[in-house]
Write a protein that binds this ligand. Structure first.
Ligand code: FMN
Length: 377
């Protein structure tokens, strides 16, 4: 396959994978697409380890890194706050409501040995905590830098240009897309509401052609609701020059998705997701479970701004995930994770390589079918 995106990135298929899992990212790159590792929760040391590992397994094939760069977040006026400053902003009423929720569902407290703060990091969304991650990413020769939730700042675009690394940014609305274009990004990722993770309100089918027209000649990737070759063909028909997929990798053999969550994904239908602020403070699509329902109940507190909400729920999420495998437990009912509406198509766990190969094969047969619709003259 050949588009401006395959040329720009040096890949065989214009299939880009967003994932938090280095095994998935490496497998997609090795299969001819481009794996992009989500690094917002990485420490610089861990990112160094993961990118070294990916470099060794991708045999010179390109891969990328993704960070969240929101415009507004708690402490943004001060350029970001340290974890102590942020922790002091967590209201007692919110903590008490979460404690009561976990009690209602019989989720046990963490054993004391696991109580230590160690390993818990604040999301790297402010310039101070992001800079060391960006340094590490460039040291490893990434071929794409992607950012979500906001337009990449000028210093980042300039730095990437100097390093010869294209910059991509996600957009859920037309004005986001044109702001990205004005900032000089090389690729705009138009992500429709059906996508997993942070997402807007406009559907992919409606958003993509509008973005393509508005940011031309900047190439566009379509995202949100793409997990098969027919959907790839549709995205390219809308004017995109490639696809950016997140959910479909979560049920691959390589994915680190918690086993209980994987089972829930494999069984879920496309009606089983919700857009909810309950995990990060910004609307993100996730599997609908007792957790997302509870945050919509009368009396539930309003979600806190990013990154406070993720700090607020971090302990609760750890407690839930620790025992979610216990059949019939309250934790099993509560446990959730980000996923898009394509979850209804994700019914069989497969190797990542097979997902890429099936997308390409179905894309080709779709193109043949469409060609067959043309009259003979
Ligand atoms: C589990 C999960 C986590 C995500 N986290 C991020 C993130 O940290 N940064 C980002 O740019 N996009 C993130 N996204 C959104 C994806 O980049 C992508 O746009 C989206 O998954 C596309 O829609 P799809 O899920 O229908 O494939 C996430 C998506 C999922 C499913």
């Amino acid at each position: 396959m050949r588009t401006r995106v395959t040329e720009m990135l040096g890949i065989d298929f214009p299939i880009l994978a967003f994932t938090h899992c280095r095994d998935v990212a490496a497998a997609v790159s090795a299969a001819g697409g481009l794996g992009v590792l989500g690094a917002v929760a990485h420490s610089p040391e861990q990112l160094d380890v993961d990118l070294t590992w990916m470099r060794e397994r991708t045999g010179g094939r390109p891969f990328g890194v993704d960070l969240l760069i929101p415009r507004k977040y708690a402490g943004s006026d001060e350029g970001g706050l340290d974890s102590k400053g942020l922790r002091a902003m967590l209201p007692d009423e919110h903590r008490q409501w979460i404690d009561a929720l976990l009690e209602r569902y019989g989720v046990p407290a963490m054993p004391e040995a696991n109580e230590a703060e160690g390993g818990r990091r604040v999301l790297a969304i402010d310039p101070k905590s992001m800079a060391p991650l960006i340094d590490v990413a460039f040291q490893h020769g990434i071929r794409l830098f992607a950012s979500a939730l906001g337009t990449p700042p000028a210093w980042l675009v300039e730095r990437a240009r100097k390093e010869g690394v294209p910059v991509a940014a996600l957009a859920g609305r037309l004005d986001h897309a044109t702001a990205h274009r004005d900032a000089g990004v090389d690729l705009v990722i138009a992500q429709g509401t059906e996508g997993g993770g942070h997402t807007g309100e406009i559907a992919t089918m409606v958003l993509v052609p509008q973005v393509v027209d508005a940011v031309a000649p900047t190439p566009v990737l379509a995202a949100g609701g793409i997990a098969s070759g027919r959907q790839v063909a549709a995205a390219l028909a809308l004017g995109a020059e490639g696809v950016w997929c997140g959910s479909v990798w979560l049920t691959t053999h390589e994915a680190e998705t918690a086993p209980t969550v994987k089972e829930k994904f494999l069984a879920a239908t496309s009606s089983d997701t919700r857009r909810s602020r309950s995990l990060t403070g910004k609307p993100a699509r996730m599997l609908r479970t007792a957790w997302s329902d509870a945050w919509e109940e009368a009396g539930a507190p309003a979600a806190l701004p990013m990154p406070l909400q993720s700090m607020l729920v971090a302990d609760a999420q750890r407690r839930i995930h620790r025992v979610a495998h216990q059949p019939g437990s309250g934790a099993q009912q509560l446990v959730t994770y980000f996923v898009g509406q394509v979850v209804g198509q994700m019914n069989v766990a497969k190797p990542t390589r097979a997902v890429v190969a099936e997308m390409v094969e179905e894309f080709l047969s779709t193109m043949e079918r469409l060609e067959g619709m043309l009259g003979e003259g």
